[in-house]
Design a protein around this ligand. Sequence first.
Ligand code: PGA
Length: 254
Amino acid sequence: MRKQIAAANWKMNLTLQQGEQLLDDILSKHYQFTSHQQVVFAVPSPYLAAAQAKVKGVQHVFIAAQNCYNKKSGAYTGEVSVEMLTSLGIECVVLGHSERREYFAESNKFLADKVDIALEYRITPIFCCGEPLSIREAGTQNEYVAKQLEESLFHLDEASILKVVIAYEPIWAIGTGKTATSAQAQEIQAYLREVIASKYGQHVADSISILYGGSVKASNAKEIFSQPDVDGGLVGGASLIATEFEAIINALKQ
Ligand code: PGA
């Protein structure tokens, strides 16, 4: 079975103390994960080291950065390099979140460079894609999202793309309380898998985890994650509440 992942995206929320408390609460549940289940916490950069220390030795639980820069090092004030992440033992990075695309003008090409540098340093990119409401209303979401994959990922060879996790997040469902129906999530995620299959072959498409994101919460996670092409979720708001995120972890496919 593909990796089934519950990924928390704290975004720019919580103090260090609140974040540590949240991690403590969730980790105290001592989950018995199956071999293909994983939990990821994408925490703000200043908390990476502290969060990494908390999950040290905990199987199946990883800390992710929410972003990184596309250069190895140098005069880029305020940016975080992948080398810095590896030096902390961080193994994942969220790339191309719609908020980064919108507020920081991150293009598909720029993200392709970030994907490359993350993979060079053996960091798993959780690559986000998803359409705005206008595109959904025009009915062209499949083409729009396929283009995001093509322009940021399809230069990779087979071995490299197999290391990427994809998160499909319709922008109109992020932080709005408006979730895509499980059928809508399934439909587009199956389509994305077809697009990957036509480029890399079915065996590659069948191996890549595709998460759904956008107002996932305790009450809808089980239904969404039960879809055959949904391999877990990238969760914003509900990941800030221990009981909510615990229920979301429990909703992962066994
Ligand atoms: P949300 O955010 O769960 O608050 O909708 C998801 C995300 O942006 O990753």
